[in-house]
Write a protein that binds this ligand. Sequence first.
Ligand code: TXA
Ligand code: MG
Length: 480
Amino acid sequence: METLLLTTEDADIRRGAQIIKNGGLVAFPTETVYGLGADAFDPKAAKRSYAAKGRPSDNPLIVHIAKTEELYSLATEVPAEALKLAEAFWPGPLTMVLPKRPEVPKETTGGLDTVAVRMPRSAATLKLIEYSGTALSGPSANVSGRPSPTSWLHVKNDLDGRIDAIICGDPSEVGIESTVLDLTEPEKPVILRPGYVTPEMISAVCGREVSYDPALFAKPSEDPSYRPKAPGQKYKHYAPKAEMLLFEGPEKEVLAEIKRRLKTAQEEGIKTGVIAHPDPRTFFAQLREFDAQGCGLILAAAPDDSEEFTGSLKFSLMNRMLKAAGYNIIKVGGRQNMKIAIASDHGGFVLKQPLVEHLKEKGYEVADLGIYEQEPVDYPIYGKKCAEYVVSGQADKGILCCGTGIGIGIAANKIHGIRCALLVTPFMAEMAAKHNHANMVSLGGRIVTPEQACELVDIWLETEEEHGRHDRRVALLDEM
Ligand code: TXA
Ligand code: MG
């Protein structure tokens, strides 16, 4: 099929409307992202939309209307609150989920008894709806799983030859999809998908609390039987072709980490895209641009406090970024810029190598003081060497490994200023930081596995020190 490119002129919109009336698919501009329009009351048109997008048919479509009254042709009940919200936010990026009328086919609602409705802001699209004489189902006009389209060119790149027409309007100014608000439980309005309209904005109109669906705070389950309230939330979304890593932490340190990784990637000849200051208006377009350039890796900073968006809009952007990155999130900052010295004897050698790799992967700088092959050596020498490295300030913290962790730890504790703790259990690792402010730890190659050693060291490094009485006791130790 040839995909017609239509303008926003009246005659072209009428052509588009005729295509919809004949059961066809016409992509339309909106302020959020471009939508793939079809007659919402025609089950065959819904099926065609799923096929064109390659979208699973249990993922319901949002229905677009041009006048608030049209709500009554879609929903069995329209609560007063829905009308208030429509008055406040429509036309605009808010979708409301209500109980559906039987005339709305299950093909449109992905088998659900509810229907999601919104009124988009684009004048051309409002006309298209009006001229079509029906409501338009409109999933984002991308191939399923790809970044949402924020310009007609994005739609053409994904769906050329698979749909009847595209109305070539302006780029989408919001850039991320609408907020989906579930109003089907009168007691508890819940946001199923975060967007530009925030819970605070909705609460201000309703005069009561509006919460996020708790599912939004968790990584989606990989259990195939899992079915969240907004079925769309379970699928991998917005994914660029490149591997994407998302960095979270203080801005300066995040940017430094991105720079470091960019250098490594370039040395390895991997074409890399960087998003240093993410913006909801351009995020999807950037992903597409990196794909077009053939990037193999995308390094992105999470939205941070120095940016102009409110907390909730940041949360909405982060929701899209997490999905695009397949939840590949790397926390940087603070403790991780630390330098760690490590040493072992032959009995601890099995732990030292995996620990060195693990710490480097986490972004720590590591000074490996030996041994480098498993020849028999005297543990006090390595315990002392590492402890002196730490007290002289050449490293921030130290890790020691021998057969049990005992002997090499005793050696370190002979050095003034060292507080070396033996780690066997996670609780000991936590307390070593919290109460003893241990600046070194020791581990036994015959006591714990390399995986356990890495876990114990992570706990020790990531636990905050507690102060108050512990400061006094640590000071007493340091006087000895
Ligand atoms: O901004 C937008 O909403 C764009 C533009 C084109 O309007 N549309 C859009 O549609 O993002 P789509 O199909 O890509 O996403 C629809 C989302 C999905 O997460 C889906 O699960 C949820 O809305 N949804 C639709 N109907 C629902 C219903 N009855 N109950 C719960 N969630 C629903
Ligand atoms: Mg979508």
